[in-house]
Ligand binder design. Structure first.
Ligand code: PGA
Length: 266
């Protein structure tokens, strides 16, 4: 699936980031079996399921291809180095081999473990060079009334996106994930208005570096405490092309209603 062939800008992208859950393959299969019909029914969209890497192979064998063409798989992280001497790490080639087409890069929960901007850039480059979609997560730690968070975002985008040939950039996806809106410690989800302004800003930064047509072609998603209530508002008024869903993606009923709200209106 290249951006050209799936006309990426017209597709909604709903990412399910399962984080470190569930505990067993059996449970993983059950969750996916429950959401499958709705993901498959969602025309004009792709649902990217990012389970823990140990479940990727079996899930992707069971749930891709025939009858499930609107489901794709992704990894939650990757290691960019070459050679053997990286105990415990997984390369883009390995992830691809077990069915991943997408890789989340620079998630704030990984950055909190010490991943630097330059390391994120190395990962992004490795993923894109391997021909996989890279979902780059960016977002400020806090917002103040002076708008300093714009600078934080601009720097992240500058430092995290490496200088690689433009044709390799075709599979870049950006997820705007303000840290204050993510996970169990979230203060509150961002408002669609806050996200709308930020998406325009992200495109402006991309335009300055890569030109307008490229900047406009990069899908921008929103992530952070997305639930059945915020999902439709964000998709309608947030100016985003999709969502990155964390905790709620492990709750099949909730995730199904998020998927239903992502149905494109005619
Ligand atoms: P959350 O996580 O939906 O649980 O806030 C979002 C994410 O994984 O980035």
């Amino acid at each position: 699936m290249g951006r050209g062939t799936l006309s990426h800008m017209e597709k909604r992208i709903i990412v399910a980031n399962w984080k470190m859950g569930p505990d067993s393959y059996e449970q993983a299969e059950k969750i996916l079996a429950e959401i499958k019909a709705d993901a498959v029914a969602l025309r004009g969209a792709v649902t990217v399921v990012c389970p823990p890497a140990v479940f990727l192979r079996d899930l992707s064998l069971k749930f891709t291809g025939k009858g499930a063409s609107r489901i794709a798989f992704g990894a939650q992280t990757v290691f960019p180095g070459a050679g053997l001497a990286h105990t415990g790490e997984l390369s883009p080639a390995m992830l691809h081999d077990v069915g991943a087409e997408y890789v989340i890069v620079g998630h704030s929960e990984r950055r909190a473990l010490g991943e630097s901007d330059s390391f994120v850039a190395e990962k992004l480059s490795a993923v894109l060079k391997a021909g996989l979609f890279a979902i780059l997560c960016v977002g400020e730690g806090r917002r103040d009334e002076h708008g300093n968070y714009f600078q934080v975002l601009e720097e992240q985008l500058r430092r995290n996106i490496p200088d690689i040939p433009k044709r390799q950039m075709e599979k870049l996806v950006i997820a705007y994930e303000p840290l204050w809106a993510i996970g169990e410690n979230a203060i509150h989800p961002a408002t669609p208005e806050e996200v709308f302004g930020t998406v325009i800003f992200i495109r402006k930064v991309l335009t300055e570096r890569f030109g307008k047509s490229f900047a406009m072609s990069v899908p921008v998603l929103y992530g952070g405490s997305v639930d059945p209530e915020t999902a439709p508002r964000m998709l309608d008024a947030g100016g985003v092309q999709g969502l990155l869903v964390g905790r709620e993606s492990l709750q099949p009923k909730h995730f199904i209603s998020i998927l239903r709200s992502a149905k494109l209106k005619k």
